[in-house]
Each structure stands twice: as C-alpha cells, then as structure tokens.
Design a protein around this ligand. Structure first.
Ligand SMILES: [Zn+2]
Ligand SMILES: [Zn+2]
Length: 235
C-alpha cells in the first residue's frame, strides 16, 4: 500500500522553528494534511522525540524518531532511527560532540523541550544549530550501527548540503536516497546531474512552521505500516 510521509520536521526545540511547533500541533497538522508517516528531526537533539511519539501514537500516525545532525563538514544529515532508545543513544553521541557554546536566545531563538501535553518542561541551553565534531562518515557508521538510516538533507540547497559542501556523495556511504526541498523539480535537478543517477530523490518539508508540513505528496510503498519497513525500504 502507498503511504504519505514527511520525514523532516522541526519542533520548537530547534531555535529556528516557530514556537507553535509543539508535539501536538505537529501531529494534528500532519493528520489534518492526511499524512501517514512523520519523522521529527530537530537540529542535533532528540529531546522532544518521546513526547512527539506519544502524540503520534494517539493520533494513529506512524512516528519515526529522527534527528538532523550537522557534521564537522557542515553537512546536514537526516538520521532516522528504529526506536526512541536508539535515537537517544545517537543523541548522547551528538550532544557530546557539540562545542560548549550556550544558545543566544535573543539571536537564534529559544530551544523548548516539551511533554506530550505541549507543556514546556525545560529549555536546552547548549546551542544546537552548529556543527558537531563528527564527520559524515562517523555519523553514517554510528547511525547504521544503531539500526537507522541516513538521508542527506536538502541536497538541492547551496549550503549545508552534502553536494554543496563535499561536491560528491562519497562512494563508501551506502545511501540510496537523497532529500530534495519541496520546490525542487526532481527531473530537471537529476537531468543536470547525471552523477546522481544511482540515487532516488525524495521530498520532505524541512518544516519550521505548521503550514510548511507536506500535504500528501511524497509516498512510500509498504507492505505494512511499521518503522522497520520504512527504514528497510529507504536503506
Ligand atoms: Zn538542514
Ligand atoms: Zn531541517
């Protein structure tokens, strides 16, 4: 069966996201738009994953715990994990690899941690939107060892993408899917880059506000709606 997904969504934990990107608002908007599968992918943190998972389960959406990790090369990688425990293990590595810089809320915005009732339970003080010390290779190996997958984010953008920053997709990364932004035309993008022939281009929203969450426009063919099936299909 065909299921609609959006695998790149930020909550109010990401300083650049709107404050109303709460776990319930994200899930309710995704459900209203008719999505079947969503991933929460905050910058370098998984602190809102469990709250969002609980909301998604209540609403009957399949929830994939994720994170958008910024590597040492300033490449953004969407990392999708099979469960919260593995996502939190990734979180532990990533948070240990961030430079000790406090977030400047007045400049970058707040980094809100919330529970499943959208109550703010804390604020992340560590600045999240910055590069970790972990390289693309290291993140790839770490995420694979945790049973997850890596999807290079917004490869059509001129910055923070694996193509803009490395020029190529390193051959040692067994990656099949690359993420493009919502306004990217996948056919002309690919036609201009024959070297990307072996990759599938998938569209997610990179939503920082509720309205930006995808409609039913990106689909996966799955036998059954499970996290493992999504990961196996995208592997
Ligand atoms: Zn990004
Ligand atoms: Zn993003």
């Amino acid at each position: 069966m065909r299921y609609a997904f959006d695998l790149h969504i930020h909550s109010a934990l990401s300083p650049c996201a709107e404050k109303d990107m709460t776990p319930n608002n994200i899930v309710n908007m995704a459900a209203m738009k008719g999505l079947d599968i969503i991933a929460l992918t905050d910058h370098n943190s998984g602190a809102n994953l469990d709250a969002a998972r609980r909301c998604a389960e209540k609403a009957g959406l399949l929830f994939i715990p994720g994170m958008e990790v910024e590597t040492a090369e300033e490449v953004h990688l969407v990392c999708l994990l099979p469960d919260i425990a593995n996502a939190l293990e990734l979180n532990r590595h990533v948070s240990g690899a961030l430079p000790a810089i406090e977030n400047r809320e007045d400049i970058f915005g707040s980094q809100l941690i919330m529970d499943e009732n959208d109550i703010v339970t804390g604020e992340e003080k560590q600045m999240l939107i910055t590069a970790t010390r972990l390289t693309v290779d290291e993140i790839y190996l770490l995420v694979r060892s945790l049973g997850g997958i890596v999807i290079p984010a917004h490869v059509d953008r001129p910055s923070y993408s694996i193509i803009s920053n490395l020029g190529i997709i390193p051959e040692n990364l067994q990656i099949r899917n690359l993420e493009i932004t919502r306004n990217c035309d996948k056919y002309s993008f690919k036609a201009a880059r024959p070297e990307l022939d072996r990759f599938c281009l998938i569209k997610s929203s990179d939503a920082h506000s509720l309205g930006d969450i995808l409609e039913r426009e990106s689909f996966l063919e799955l036998e059954a709606l499970t996290v493992q099936n999504v990961i196996d299909t995208l592997k």
